[in-house]
Design a binder for this molecule. Sequence first.
Ligand code: ADP
Length: 164
Amino acid sequence: MALSTTNESGAMSKNAERTYIMVKPDGVQRGLVGNIISRFEKRGYQLCGLKMRTASRELLEEHYGDLKSKPFFPGLVNFMMSGPVVSMVWQGKDVVKQGRSMLGETDPLKSKPGSIRGDFCIDMGKNVCHGSDSVDTANEEIKMWFKDDEVMDYKLTAYKDIYE
Ligand code: ADP
């Protein structure tokens, strides 16, 4: 999927980085989808993809492939399959790193108030959201969770009000 190459004023966009953000089954059940979307929207990030699904074991084992040897892996996959998740692609300057910062630490108890996990949860296995940890991982995860034509490439008309 090609990223936008121009911003609203026609200049080359340096701000076309994308990340994969997911509201986990606990976040969906607890009615946190709107709040999480709202935080990214209000920050100025651009929503490029959005869908809800109950993920297959195969997809989750691929998504969490680097954690296969961890003792919590089977429980994590089973939990992630237990209900629908909301998958999102967000775009903007430094969005991968900023997205992780907005989510907080993996352990909610180590997450600062003001972050999603610091505001909404307590236990690691119920930490309500996922965010890609690098630009390369983000690109892989977006490919795993979205078909090419499900990721929108469009000009943000508010671009000039968000970026210098
Ligand atoms: P993050 O989601 O912050 O990138 P990881 O990729 O390390 O963190 O782990 C993926 C998910 O696995 C975490 O979000 C959390 O839900 C779960 N997890 C990680 N470590 C543990 C643990 N020690 N015990 C239980 N669940 C864990």
